[in-house]
Design a protein around this ligand. Sequence first.
Ligand code: ADP
Length: 165
Amino acid sequence: MKTAIYPGSFDPITLGHLNIIKRAAVCFDRLIVCVMVNSGKANTGLFVPEERVELIRRVVGKLPNVEVDCSNILLAEYARQKKACAVVKGLRAVSDYEQEVQMALINRKLNPRLDTMFLASGAKYTYLSSSVVKEMARYGADLSDFVPREIIDDINARMAQRRNG
Ligand code: ADP
């Protein structure tokens, strides 16, 4: 059984992420989408990690071989525990490349059984990031081209809460 991990912040999940998830799910028997908790910025997100997991679960619910998890340990170690052979990464632009290749090499050094597979971002989504979504939401823009429709209300509600509190 071939297991892959798709790690990220997913604050929140976007249509760009979902595109990568659907394509990667076809390539592996099991795909684990993992919200990685970076200790340095644990409390600075729009959603806490558990909420991000819940939003992703809602969106990938119909994909039978996709699981959603959350972790605060090193990715290479997490992959070892899950017996994963690959990490999946989406590449949007050359600007993603340098850092992603560095991470891939470090992860392989830490866990020689782990390879990183890069999927080119879907053409429609190369401009999209969670930060762009948050910026749009802050100004009340229509989010339907950016995030799955099941989570639009949650994002708008959280933004409204932030504005009022
Ligand atoms: P963001 O930059 O949106 O905050 P994350 O840290 O959650 O992204 O990213 C997790 C993974 O998804 C990374 O491999 C990142 O390159 C990839 N990714 C993010 N947005 C897109 C997109 N629009 N298209 C393809 N891959 C993406």
